[in-house]
Ligand binder design. Sequence first.
Ligand code: NA7
Length: 553
Amino acid sequence: MPQDDAGSHLSGRATGDVDVIVVGAGFAGMYLLHRLRKLGVTARVFEAGSGVGGTWYWNRYPGARCDVESMQYSYAFSEELQQEWKWSELFSGQPEILTYANHVADRFDLRRDITFNTRVTSATWDATADVWTVGTDTGETVVARHVVMATGCLSSSRMPDIAGLDSFRGRVFHTGQWPHEQVEFTGRRVAVIGTGSSAIQSIPVIAEQAGHLTVFQRTPNFSIPSRNGPMTTEYEQSWKRDYATRREEARHMRSGVLSPLNDKSALADDAAARRDNYEARWSLGGTYFMQSYNDLALNKASNDTAVEFVHAKIRETVSNPSVAAKLLPTNHPIGTKRICVDTHYYETYNRANVTLVDLHETPINRITPEGVETAGQTYAVDDIVLATGFDAMTGTLLRIDITGRDGITLRDKWDGGPRTYLGLMTQGLPNMFMITGPGSPSVLSNMMVSIEQHVDWIVGCVDWMRAHGKTAIEADLAAENAWVEHVNEVAYRTLYPQANSWYMGANVPGKPQVFMPYIGGVGAYRAKCDEVAAAGYAGFALSGAKATAAAAE
Ligand code: NA7
């Protein structure tokens, strides 16, 4: 079997400069590179940032923190790594997670195959050679058999369409593109626009520093106290003693997180028992609150009981009743927008230096050179923090000019919303994989678990293709259509589509409103992916055996 000029280890015709191009050096791209090397295939990673870490590289805003416990939001692929690494808190902050990402990059010697400060701008399929030609913003062009989009789900920040933003004389920050140096707010008048997860994490920290903080809220969100604290040796050891077993269990859970689900309906308890249960969950803290009962995402009447409890908590915590009333989320069932997890969020509104502006009462007219002008008044500020979110799940992929077989472009293909088979590939783009793409559990799961599952599946597929002399794999249209239908069908069994959320694409004007992640659960999804692979990649068309045979002669 001859190898190509570049020394490719993939069988078949020349694959180009490298076998696999990976886009993104976050947790997905890093693990993928590690696995591909072990397989003996050549890979290059392109990363727009100057360092590894993806989400945790970009989102350096004050208070940025993971809402999945660190013992679970970490790589499971290396027993040595997971035994060695020590987290200092239950829910680690961004700096520590970024340190971890850098540690992994060093420990597994990943950097030598990562090209930093380079954004992939185009990818074009060449059907005559079964390769992709990938272009970058530095002018470099690379050819590879496979491309893997490890581009993250929340990696395209969304600037709000507010008139006059450019005219503002002070500093403007977006939480998703935070400066690398420390931003000092001491004594300054600060505006935060938005009250999603990023705002809810940053507001208490900024309020501690700022002279005055004004929060501009369009839609209130539900937030649960995290009850974060230092990692105790006892807790750490309870995990490390049987880490492998626990990790395996998590892989088959609905959300990829080992968590205490109360497996009964909220309506099965009487009001007093329900209150006690919610109280216990509120004290436990974090996203586990949504597992207080098994039907909070399914039954509106059950969900209403949780809404009522959290509303009461907000009223209890916020001393000014009219401020508390503004903070009550009323336009969506709890959990149907990403539930937020905070440290002293509601308490922050009791501070004398914090003002809440309800944009439903007084919308923003424009930004002036001095500050924020609403229908009611002008708020003079020194700094504006935009916590206005992301073009989630599809934004980053659609920014790249991707042209597949027969001139099919990703933008045209996804004109009405993303269409994928298993969230791993889309028909028309052979040999292009997505990690945690739309149509997979992705943002509804512990991303680390979903990343590892996708990487393992993709590496298994590349290996299988190599063993079977295949040079191209593409999703069948029928399989893709059936999967899209299934993803929708499962979503519409839940309350999720009732919210104008970024899961639905509703936060970006003009974006097709489609429920993007797969809500059927991490365990069931994994089983489906494994079954497809075991059946010789059922639902995918594979080709190249003849070419390989010819090349081998
Ligand atoms: P989110 O959750 O999308 O939140 C964005 C917030 O910004 C939300 O409150 C929006 O209000 C608000 N927003 C957006 N545009 C505007 C304008 N023009 N005016 C006023 N307010 C606006 O993004 P995050 O970064 O907080 O969190 C994203 C995910 O990252 C999170 O779910 C975690 O998974 C991690 P709206 O609700 O649209 O009325």
